[in-house]
Design a protein around this ligand. Structure first.
Ligand code: BG6
Length: 488
């Protein structure tokens, strides 16, 4: 049967991880601009307190500065996102490379603060609009469909500082205005939109880092998600109103949970992880309503949400057109004690003895992708798109070449299972592998690379930013040209 001729092959990036130009063209800052790494690779934000001391604090969605402090750049620190991989200056060269691979779609994000430096202005920054218009036009010239994320972990700093970020209902209005501006300004250039990247990871992160997260942390996470659900629904309604060709997806961090043993308690734990991690958000975004188990989840932590009847009506009216998700790995969970804990992509679980792991302890589990596709498709019956998948690995340049057979193997295995899911009836419309051009990892590291294109930017900040085609570049070109038939 094979994949449909219209299948959208491509790759994905995000603004803060690849653009650079953090203070160019009128762009305002976001927290990630002030993110540096310590020697243990912990992500820290740098600021000056009211007494003038240079200070550091861990990056987290709830991190707020102490009274009288302000974010600051220190000369002796490296800020990987400030320069990214210079897509801001090199997008023409990068798009030419994507075209050479035969890309049909390119997922990228708009930096909210490039259009609205504070996030709450009425009029957008025209330089920011012009930049993205140029990028989308360049993509169109290359016959590449843009797939655009509106929020990829980069709320304008002003909204975080002055309004307390997504704990504040006002952000829904600011986001709606930003989304509307994009739909109007980029009409005819962009038809595929994703309001929020991995909207479910606010909740998943709690279990990953919180060890024993407090009820207050759950309260904040569920409230933030509710405001984002409403903002997403308003964006869906506005996108459809602006252009009937617009298609909007959710973006779920897709981690299938496995019980580590057949102990019924483990089965129930993995069932609960599916509900909390995946289905809670998916139901709201795809069915337009909170699932029946939502009340139980809130009750477990004494959560009292600010939800109005208008919010619920908005959510109902603004369900998405496509089930869009990222997939890197599965997670095995257990109620039994274990010393072999592994974590990655917003989850923590125990080592699965049937799987291999990457250098960053992310499981290599292509069957997990098929499992996720088939299970979720049966549940929501919406067209699906995989918008992130890939292997983060250290690459070495030898005589100007990068021999990344490990990456090819990972992608081949996943594409095979994705094709099998299509054979089995899943309506899958596209696949964009993550970080198609090397970019700064979410963890802030440069050495964790995903791309088909190597970027000469090193962990210590050195490098020329020049681009090199890896072996996987030529392999993926063949995959696309054969519509997934030639995976050798
Ligand atoms: C996804 C994010 O969670 O995972 C990306 O949407 C991120 O922004 C990707 O880069 C891979 O994670 P990492 O930590 O390897 O960069």
């Amino acid at each position: 049967m094979g994949l449909p001729a219209t299948f959208l092959w491509g790759g994905a990036t995000s603004a803060h991880q690849c653009e650079g130009g953090w203070n160019a063209g009128g762009r305002g800052p976001c927290k990630r601009d002030y993110m540096t790494l310590d020697e243990n690779k912990n992500r820290l934000l740098t600021y000056i307190d009211d007494a003038g001391n240079h200070c550091f604090m861990p990056l987290g969605s709830g991190s707020q500065l102490p009274e009288g402090a302000h974010y600051a750049v220190f000369d002796d620190c490296l800020y990987p996102d400030q320069e990214g991989v210079q897509f801001y200056n090199r997008y023409k060269e990068d798009i030419a490379l994507l075209k050479e691979m035969g890309f049909k779609v390119f997922r990228m994000s708009i930096a909210w603060s490039r259009l609205f430096p504070h996030g709450n202005e009425t009029e957008p920054n025209r330089e920011g609009i012009a930049f993205y218009k140029d990028v989308f036009t360049e993509l169109r010239k290359a016959n590449i469909e843009p797939l655009v994320t509106l929020w990829h972990d980069d709320t304008p700093l002003y909204l975080d500082e002055v309004y307390g970020g997504w704990q504040n209902r006002k952000l829904i209005d600011f986001f709606e205005h930003y989304a509307n501006t994009c739909f109007e300004e980029f009409k005819g250039l962009v038809n595929y939109w994703l309001p929020f990247n991995e909207i479910n990871n606010v909740l998943m992160f709690l279990d990953m880092f919180g060890q024993d997260p407090s009820d207050e942390m759950f309260q904040a996470a569920y409230q933030e998600m509710h405001y984002k659900f409403v903002a997403s629904a308003r964006a869906v309604v506005a996108a459809h109103r602006a252009d009937e060709n617009n298609q909007v997806g959710c973006m779920i961090c897709g981690v299938p949970f496995y019980p580590a043993t057949c102990d019924p308690k483990d089965i129930m734990l993995s069932h609960a992880m599916w509900e909390k991690g995946i289905l809670y958000s998916s139901d709201v975004l795809c069915k337009g309503e909170y699932p029946t188990f939502a009340k139980r989840l809130w009750r477990e932590h004494g959560v009292q949400l600010d939800i109005t009847p208008e919010d619920l009506a908005t959510i109902k009216a603004g369900s998405v057109d496509i089930y869009t998700f990222s997939y890197y790995m599965s997670s095995a969970v257990t109620t039994h004690s274990s010393n072999d804990i592994v974590g990655g992509n917003c989850t923590t679980g125990v080592r699965n003895p049937y799987l291999d792991y990457s250098e960053w302890s992310w499981a290599h589990d292509p069957l997990g992708l098929r499992y996720f596709l088939e299970k979720v498709y049966a549940q929501y019956k919406l067209p699906m798109m995989i918008v992130e998948n890939g292997l983060g690995a250290v690459d070495t340049v030898e005589d100007g070449r990068v021999h990344d057979s490990y990456r090819i193997n990972y992608l081949r295995d996943h594409i095979r299972e994705m094709k099998q899911a299509v054979e089995n009836g899943v309506n899958l419309i596209g696949y964009t592998s993550w970080g198609c051009i090397d970019l700064v990892s979410a963890g802030g590291e440069m050495k964790k690379r995903y791309g088909f294109v190597y970027v000469d930017r090193q962990e210590d900040g050195s490098g020329t930013f020049s681009r090199i085609r890896k072996d996987s570049f030529y392999w993926y070109k063949k995959v696309i040209a054969s519509n997934g038939e030639d995976l050798r």
